[in-house]
Structures are given as C-alpha cells and as structure tokens.
Design a protein around this ligand. Sequence first.
Ligand SMILES: Cc1cc2nc3c(=O)[nH]c(=O)nc-3n(C[C@H](O)[C@H](O)[C@H](O)COP(=O)(O)OP(=O)(O)OC[C@H]3O[C@@H](n4cnc5c(N)ncnc54)[C@H](O)[C@@H]3O)c2cc1C
Length: 411
Amino acid sequence: MYFELTPDLSEEHEHIKSMVHTFARDVLRPAAKTLDAVPADEVGGHPLYRDAMRQAYELNLHTILVPEGFGGMGLDPLATHIVLEELAWGSAGFAISIAVSQFPAFGACLLATDNDELIAEFTTPFVENRDASLIGCWAITEPDHGSDWLMQPDMEGAEKIVPNLRAKKVDGGWLVNGQKAAWVSNAPVAHHAYLFLNIDSAQGLRGNGIALVDLSSKGISRGKAWEKMGQRALPQGEIYFDDVFIPDNNLISDTELYPFAIDATLSIANTAMSALFTGVAQAAFDEAMRYARERVQGGRPLIEHPTVQVNLFEMFKLVETARAISRRVMLYNYQTITPSLQHAIAAKVFCTDAAVQVSHMAIQIFGGMGLSKESDIEMIFRDARMAQVEDGVNEALALTAGHLLRSMEGE
Ligand SMILES: Cc1cc2nc3c(=O)[nH]c(=O)nc-3n(C[C@H](O)[C@H](O)[C@H](O)COP(=O)(O)OP(=O)(O)OC[C@H]3O[C@@H](n4cnc5c(N)ncnc54)[C@H](O)[C@@H]3O)c2cc1C
C-alpha cells in the first residue's frame, strides 16, 4: 500500500483502508480479471459477480454514501475517500457497481428526507441488505441525450432540448414512456432506480424531475447489454418504460427543486469519481513499480534505469496530485448541503485524466507484456479510459463548470 501523507490518519482509518485493500486485492481484482472475458450479457448473473457483490454488502460497503441517520456506515469524508480509492484499486467496474447501487437509497435521503414511506421502501431495506439481493441504479443517460443531461437548466438552449423519457400527469401520479441508454450502470441487475425524467416537455430540460422507481413495476423491461472496452465487471444495459405508472409520492424532485437536485447529484457523483480514479491511478503505478523491480533488461532491473525512474516519478506526481485534489474536494462536498459542483468537476476531470495517463505510462514500462492479457495493466488502462466519458464526457463537464464559473463573475 502507498505511503500515507495524511499525518493524522486514525486507527479506524488505517483499519478500514487495510480491510478494503485486502478485499479489493483478494476478491475484486481476480473476479474482475475473469469477468473481463465474459460476454456482457452474462456478467450480472455470473457467480463471480454475485459473490463479490455479496461480500461487499456483507462488509457494509454498499452504504458508504448513505447518511448514518438513515442506516449508512457513518464514515467521515476521508474514510469514504479511502474506501472508494481502495475499491477501485481492485477493480473500477466493481467499485462503480457498489457505489452506484446506493443512488436510490441515497436519493431518498437527499430529496425525500421526511418521506417515511419512501425511506421505508428505498433506503431502509437497502442498507439492511447483506446478500446483494437489492441493487440500485442511477438512470439518467438516454440514447438521444447524453451530455445534454449535464446542462444546467439555465444554460442557453436548455429549454429546447426534450429528453426521451417523458412523464404525463394522470390521476394520482405520472405515466412514463421512453428509454434509458445502454450505459446505465447496474441496469441489468437493478431493483430500484434513481430516475431522471422529463415532466414538462414544453420547458425542455427546465421541465425535468427525478423519481424513485421500483423496477419490477408493470411496463418496465430491460434491453441488451453492449459489449464494451473496459469496466467489464460492471453490468450495464438499457431500460424501457412503456406506460409505467409512478405515484405522485415517488416524484422526489419537481421542476422547481430540480436545479438543486441535479447539482447535488452531479457534485456527489463527480467527487466520488475523483476518489475512485485516484485508486485506479494508484493501481497502475503499483503495477509499474512491481514490474520495474522484477524485470531485468540491460543487465539490471528496469527500476535501476534513469529513464524508468523519471517516468515513475512523473506517475507518482500525478497520483499524489489526484489524491490531493480529490480528498480536498471530498472533505468539503461530503459535509455540506450545498456542495461545489465546479470543484467536483475539476477533481473528476483531473483524476480520470491522471488515471489514463498513469496507466498509459505503466504500459510503456511493461513493454510487450503490458499489451498482453497476461498482465493486469492492460485491463486497468481500458478501465481508466472509460472514465473520461463515464458520468459525463470530461469536455462536456468542463462546459458545465465553465458556465458555473462565468455565473460567479464579479462576486
Ligand atoms: C463506464 C460508464 C458508466 C456509466 N454509468 C452511467 C450510469 O450509471 N447511469 C447513466 O445514466 N449513464 C451512465 N453512463 C453514461 C455517461 O454518463 C454518458 O456516456 C456521458 O454522459 C456521455 O454521453 P454520450 O455517451 O451520449 O456522449 P455525447 O453526449 O453524445 O457526447 C459525444 C461528444 O460530443 C461532445 N459534446 C456533447 N455535447 C456537447 C456540447 N453541447 N458542446 C460541445 N460538445 C459537446 C462531448 O464532449 C463528446 O466528446 C456511463 C458511461 C460509461 C462509459
């Protein structure tokens, strides 16, 4: 494990770091390596996926984003960062699956705090679940609208963009029709969704809302999972809605609350992404260090060669800078009710770019072995590359952050 620069790391922090690292090394990494070669449609039902998820739930790792008052693990922001980092050190795909599973339970706490009925349906059974028989997802991306969903409702043109998933008001609730894209993490195995939808098409993106949905509801079906480049341990797939009735009570954000709800959700998600991909960058660095010590060329281990040392230092610098920004942003964003989205985006973009750069450099240190499926590093590189698109293409996130910065002008 890396040298910990935080001087005041408590015994509890050390304990959780070591516990999650062991789980990531012994369970997640080997399972991810096998699932990497499994057809996408079979991952969610594969015994290795099911068993690793069950073990994560047994360790209570599926509740780290849920507030303690609602049954969450009650970690402080630093411990939350450490857990996310270590999970993704083992496998980015599994780490995302575990993290995103919490979104409906977390969404209820964020937007329906006083709604006992929703907390009882979406949060309490989830946090009490120990066998991963209850899995959640965050369904926002649509076939025709990916980056569009990242637009702030007050951005120019937002009123003209109408999402695919639309809800029409009916007696006692909403009738929902449309589709979510094949990129929805956990969709093939999820029971609950934190669902972004349009409730007033005349207002375009300004008419959006959020609902909590039981995915066994009548009219919901799943599509095929796409074969993808990386994070193959993470099941992803489409969700179709055909005249699905959602009760009024389940609409946890109307158009008025939506600007706060989307910002808070993106802030939490992007901050988590920065922690996760700091872990992926660390994993790539660790692999490169290990191999550079083992591999002998020119009569001495690679690590004795100055060019390799310079490259390892460059990688080390990127990992430590990623950790510095993501921990700083998490310390702020995970203990306030008004998190800073522009900081979350800066951290996400920096850390995912760093994970790609560090794993790219690691492959170079591995030489031919880094291009072989015998090594872990080629999987880590493919996993990292996904993250520059995942939870928002980095350039599209930059547009949103730029808009926020511009709005702050003169303050
Ligand atoms: C591993 C992974 C996990 C994911 N998990 C989830 C999940 O759990 N739930 C979910 O709902 N979605 C999920 N997604 C989807 C992800 O959030 C979207 O893929 C992402 O938002 C980009 O959307 P898109 O793929 O449609 O790309 P597009 O939006 O079509 O973007 C394509 C290109 O156009 C550029 N572009 C887009 N809009 C503009 C603009 N206005 N101006 C200039 N350039 C622009 C982008 O920067 C990009 O380069 C996941 C994706 C991945 C890869």
